[in-house]
Every structure is written in structure tokens, then in C-alpha cells.
Design a protein around this ligand. Structure first.
Ligand code: ATR
Length: 307
């Protein structure tokens, strides 16, 4: 016997009709029906239930809810005995007012991707930075401490990456964004922190000569999701040995990664980040070690199955 199979995608009406029961989990997004998180978490729950039958009735479902439904949904999840939920676009920031206790890493990032219902309290964590750090370690065999980073983009994904790089002891973080004010806003936000990390904000066309060899370049823009997207930077502005990490995992090879590969750089897409943030969320909810390989295999299968 294994954990329950993934449920259909619920809307607010579907959530209202769900029976109250412990050990329910889910992901909340708008849209969310193409998320591979349910497949990834169900596979990990099935693996846990093979050695511990307390996990047999745990479920992880998808909830497609617009921003206006978020507050009511958090109340409903809590009332119905949910153990926790993941939040994805566009809810990670909007959920903050509905959280009783925000963990320090989530406070630094200004966003919550993992909610835990603990008694009468609603707790908020962010596992995205952990996922990014583990993925970089795994892909490139490096630690973040003492390294230099170029982070492309200045939205929520970029802010989480900057926060993690600083928390992990980066020497320098350069934020490059089309809209310079947003890059400056992130740099200013973190410049006041206790770290000695050097922060710069530039536009992508100001990069020539600025970036040093060995820099880890992270694409945290949405450029690359569509086949027609242009590159987020001019790769020839960079020195020869950089490392390229794209937070995008679908498609698995973006123009950014292709350009890096053509230049001879080590490259990695964002699947490892998705997997490791998922591992950390599930470990937080269950209190058990979770096998990243099981989650990765489930993701690979879900991505190869036409939706
Ligand atoms: P997320 O929360 O996932 O980070 P977001 O806040 O919408 O998403 O941020 C998207 C990022 O991709 C932004 O940095 C955006 O640049 P702007 O701040 O200038 O809008 C970047 N981006 C999206 N489309 C782009 C494009 N066509 N050219 C350059 N940058 C783009």
C-alpha cells in the first residue's frame, strides 16, 4: 500500500467541501495546474510510507486560487487540519499578513513558500534559498562562501537568491536588471545587513569588464520560459570561466544555458533547486529525512509526460 494518489486541482469551492483530516498538504498557486510539486511530494510520501505506515494517509494536492481567495484559504487549511502548504506565484509575498510567526530566512527574503499549521499558530518558512544553495553545491561541487555572484533579475526569485548568497557568506553580489530601480532596491535592502558582502546594482548592458572569472551567474528572470525569449545578458561581456545556473527547469535547456555551454562554462538548470526546496519543506512538515533522489525521479517522469 502507498500514500494516496494526487488529487485533482481544487478551487475555493473544492477546498470548502474537503473533509477535515490531519496529514493533508498542498501547493497553492494561480495558476498551478501544471505544477509538478504534487507528483514530487506524493512520490516522497509514498517512499516514507514504505518504512513508516503513519505516512500512508498523507496527501499533497494542488489548489488553484486567485490572490483574493488566499486569506480565506489559509483559514480553511488551518480549520481542516492541514499540516502545511507550499505557496507559489503570486502568493509568496501576499501571504505574509496571514502568518503568525515568520522564520528569519523568510523575513530576510520578504517571502514565504512553506506554511506550517502548528496548533493554533500559522508559521512561515522559506526553503527556496536552501534549495538554491544545495542545487549549486550539487551541480558545481562548490560552497557559496567567499564566492562572487551575478544575479540576473530583480523580482522575488532574485531577492531570495541574493538573501541566500549573503547568508552563506558570498564576497560580492552584483544584481543586473532591465529596470535598474528594482536592482537598486534589492541592493539597498541588503546593504544595511551585518554582512561584509559587496553589493552592486547595474543594468545588463553595463556588465562589460565588471564581472570576474569564477563568478556564478544565476538567471532569476523569466527570460527563457518562452522559446522566443532573448538572452538576459550578452555572454561575451563575461570572462571565460564562469558558472551558469538557471532557476528555470522547464525547458531544461534555456538560451541562457545554451549560450553558457557554448562558451565552455559548467551549466545547470533549476530542477535541483525545485527538488531541494521540496525536500526541506517536506522535512519541515514530517520531521523525517526525505530522499531527494525519489523526488528528482518523480519530477523527471512528470516533465516527460505530456500534460
Ligand atoms: P519572480 O517573482 O519570479 O522573480 P517577477 O517579479 O515578475 O518574477 O520578476 C521577473 C524578472 O524578469 C524581472 O527582473 C524582470 O525585469 P523588470 O524588473 O525589468 O521587469 C525580468 N524580465 C521579465 N521579462 C523581461 C524582458 N523581456 N527583458 C528583460 N527582463 C525581463
Amino acid at each position: 500500500m502507498s500514500a494516496n494518489p494526487p488529487e485533482a486541482v481544487y478551487d475555493l469551492g473544492g477546498l470548502q467541501e474537503l473533509s477535515a483530516r490531519p496529514n493533508q498538504l498542498g501547493v497553492v498557486g494561480w495558476p498551478v495546474r501544471h505544477s509538478i510539486s504534487p507528483a514530487m511530494h506524493q512520490a516522497a510520501l509514498s517512499a516514507l510510507s514504505r518504512t513508516d505506515d503513519r505516512f500512508l494517509d498523507w496527501t499533497y494536492s494542488a489548489f488553484e486560487l486567485p490572490p483574493d481567495d488566499l486569506e480565506e484559504a489559509i483559514t480553511l487549511f488551518h480549520e481542516k487540519g492541514f499540516r502545511g502548504v507550499n505557496l507559489t506565484v503570486p502568493h509568496k509575498v501576499d501571504v505574509l499578513p496571514f502568518i503568525d510567526e515568520i522564520a528569519s530566512e523568510a523575513r530576510g527574503m520578504g517571502a514565504v513558500n512553506t506554511v506550517v499549521f502548528e496548533g493554533d499558530r500559522v508559521l512561515g518558512y522559506n526553503t527556496d534559498g536552501y534549495g538554491l544553495e544545495k542545487a549549486l553545491e550539487e551541480a558545481f561541487g562548490i560552497s557559496l562562501e567567499g564566492r562572487e555572484f551575478l544575479i540576473l533579475g530583480a523580482g522575488g526569485a532574485s531577492r531570495a537568491a541574493v538573501a541566500q548568497c549573503i547568508a552563506s557568506g558570498a564576497n560580492r553580489v552584483t544584481i543586473a536588471n532591465r529596470t535598474i530601480e528594482k536592482a537598486v532596491g534589492i541592493a539597498d535592502r541588503f546593504r544595511g545587513s551585518e554582512s561584509s558582502c559587496i553589493l552592486d546594482a547595474v543594468t545588463p548592458d553595463e556588465l562589460g569588464g565588471l564581472i570576474r572569472a569564477g563568478t556564478i551567474v544565476i538567471n532569476a528572470t523569466s527570460l527563457g520560459l518562452k522559446a522566443t525569449d532573448h538572452l538576459p545578458l550578452t555572454v561575451s561581456d563575461l570572462p571565460e570561466n564562469c558558472l551558469f545556473f538557471d532557476m528555470i527547469y522547464n525547458p531544461s535547456l534555456t538560451p541562457f544555458l545554451e549560450a553558457g555551454r557554448d562558451r565552455g562554462y559548467p551549466v545547470s538548470n533549476g530542477l535541483g533547486m525545485l527538488v531541494h526546496q521540496g525536500v526541506k519543506s517536506l522535512e519541515t512538515w514530517t520531521g523525517r529525512p526525505v530522499d531527494a533522489a525519489v523526488m528528482r525521479a518523480a519530477c523527471a517522469e512528470a516533465l516527460s509526460t505530456p500534460s
